[in-house]
Design a protein around this ligand. Structure first.
Ligand code: NDP
Ligand code: 8X3
Length: 258
């Protein structure tokens, strides 16, 4: 196996699970994120278990300059990326637009929309030149239904949905697949980030039901990436059984009387 996968947001959650899954199946991986220490430790652990076919590439996806420099810095034999998993993303805050925090809005828009575009633009030329490749965008149920107080985060994921459709149209003539995986609630660091490190608030999001695990999402990504050349999953909405819609989660609490 000599195929190269680029995973953005590989320091945590879905990105780490994708790294595990593709690493165990023999792929070469470029793992990106801002937290260099975490990336280095993940890469060193993967190297110990699977051999020397992993690269850590720390950069902030919001900076066009950092994105372009990072891709340009790849060794020549690592530039022929076969699969790009556009996973880096975040939510900041949960509240009505009238109380919105402008910094939060900018961070979400710059990461989830502009960062995804910058990275795709930097990597797509090698796929076009080779007339093959696969871009897998991580969308969300939040890109299908707007939920209360989700406004700007939902808008960024609607944008990922639109960009996935647009890229598929633009890249089809070059033999490049574009897929979107849109998960419902997944227990990762997502809510911890959304609530600025408030662990109790984050934990409450997932209390009383079984959310998806990041491994569930990685399994879906791997399935989509493993199909024959003539088959593409355009779009896959993957939900916890207990989540019927964005804002409808069936929670069961067992009360304890001591
Ligand atoms: P995590 O918070 O666990 O992981 C997010 C990843 O994105 C981290 O590796 C983080 O790395 C990276 N990231 C964030 N900002 C930047 C940045 N500016 N530059 C580079 N990397 C960045 O959350 P998840 O694993 O849950 O999220 C992954 C994707 O899945 C996101 O796009 C999210 O919107 C989407 N999603 C999540 C769901 C959920 O319920 N958890 C459901 C549906 C979709 P670092 O901080 O090191 O930069
Ligand atoms: C993350 C899922 O429903 O918390 O995209 O916004 S949700």
């Amino acid at each position: 196996m000599n195929r190269i996968v680029f995973i953005s947001g590989a320091t945590s959650g879905i990105g780490v699970s994708c790294a595990e899954k593709f690493a165990a199946s023999g792929y070469k991986l470029i793992l990106a994120g801002r937290r260099q220490e975490r990336l280095d430790s993940i890469v060193s652990d993967l190297k110990n278990r699977f051999g020397d076919r992993f690269i850590a590439l720390p950069f902030d996806i919001r900076s066009l300059e950092e994105v372009n420099n990072a891709i340009a810095s790849l060794p020549e034999n690592w530039k022929q990326i076969d699969i790009l998993i556009n996973n880096a993303g975040l939510a900041k805050g949960l509240g009505p637009v009238q109380d919105g925090n402008i910094d939060h809005w900018e961070q979400m828009i710059d990461t989830n929309i502009k960062g995804l575009l910058y990275l795709t633009k930097a990597i797509i030329p090698v796929m076009i030149a080779r007339k093959s490749g696969h871009v897998i965008n991580i969308g969300s149920i939040a890109g299908r239904e707007v939920y209360a107080n989700g406004n700007v985060y939902c808008a960024t994921k609607y944008a990922v949905d639109a960009l996935s459709k647009g890229m598929r149209i633009d890249f089809v003539q070059h033999g490049i697949k574009v897929s979107q995986i849109a998960p419902g609630a997944v227990e990762t660091e997502f809510s911890l980030v959304r609530f600025d490190g408030d662990a109790e608030k984050a934990k409450n999001v997932y209390n009383g039901f079984q959310p998806l695990t990041p491994v569930d999402v990685a399994d879906a990504v791997f399935y989509v990436a493993s199909l024959p050349a003539h088959v593409n999953v355009n779009d896959l909405l993957l939900m916890p059984t207990a989540q019927a819609a964005a804002g409808v989660i069936h929670k069961v609490f067992v009360s304890r009387i001591s």
